[in-house]
Design a protein around this ligand. Sequence first.
Ligand code: ATP
Length: 354
Amino acid sequence: MIEFDGVSKQYPGGTTAVSDLDLTIPSGKITVFVGPSGCGKTTSLRMINRMVDPTTGTVSIDGDDVARRPAAQLRRTIGYVIQSGGLFPHRTVVDNVATVPVLDGVGKRQARDRARELLEVVGLDASLGDRYPVQLSGGQQQRVGVARALAADPPIMLMDEPFSAVDPVVREDLQNELLRLQAELGKTIVMVTHDIDEAIKLGDLVAVFASGGKLAQFSPPAELLADPADDFVAGLVGRDRGYRGLSFLSADDLELQSIDSSVDGAKLITDAGRPVGWQDGAGLNPDVGTYTEGATLRTVVDQILLSAVGAAVRVDGDGRAVGLALQSEVIAQAQEREPRDRIPGEPVAPENGV
Ligand SMILES: Nc1ncnc2c1ncn2[C@@H]1O[C@H](COP(=O)(O)OP(=O)(O)OP(=O)(O)O)[C@@H](O)[C@H]1O
């Protein structure tokens, strides 16, 4: 657990970067700091590993004030990932990843072997290990940065805008990879981003910073969408927050209609139980939106929008139709469900759409 207790930071020249911050960051979860430029996110992050010291207040890890720990020793227990990976350009990928273990006294050979394993953990081929950073794509460099931060197996990882220098497709890959890794590793991750979508997707908890380094809200993402604390937060999460909030509602409880029901004057045609299209007087339209167990209401809405009629077809694991989710039922469910029914911290699950 990382605690900020009455923490403020004034830089020389008078800028108040962080203002009276109280925050408890739980262990084993992803906490995201989000907010506009200059609102003190990076300063707050860097106070955890003492790259910045607070002007007043304390930052503690598991009850110990970090100010009492020698900074170099503290940083060995905290991984740090920055934009573009921040790799040493004149060291090979393997040596970049092996840096901290070697500093900690692990033999070079053992550290390099482990580094190659870690490259595979972050989704890179170990054969890339002998290249120099400049010979890698931006996304690959970013993965190496994550592998390097993981090399000393620190319980805490700080990530400062780790994915902002890569294109949107690579960014999404890296985000999914981080969620996969975190499900395995259960680190305490604190990440800074200015991208609210990234915060909502990755965060178990999201801290929204407002200008002047003030904390505007600290909540699970579902609550941020359902119940923004003020107009600033509501503006940040956007006007489509109702729709985005559907990502946190399970579709498993939707009341389904029989697959023989007619929807908008059309009937579902199946082949060996699998949907092939919607048939009406005008012919067969092959646009059928489907979803499986575990999908969110957002997936179902997306599938309805893709469909020829106002319904999505729930299918089983073999792709066989089991029922129809009508648009009216989805909207009724979305309106009925209170924030407390929402799945806390459940990330968007686009793979649930079929
Ligand atoms: N070393 C420094 N000296 C003086 N002022 C600083 C220093 N570092 C940051 N600041 C100022 O403190 C404020 C907060 O900066 P910080 O980098 O923490 O914000 P941020 O929310 O991370 O912004 P961004 O998203 O643009 O990185 C800004 O006004 C910035 O100009």
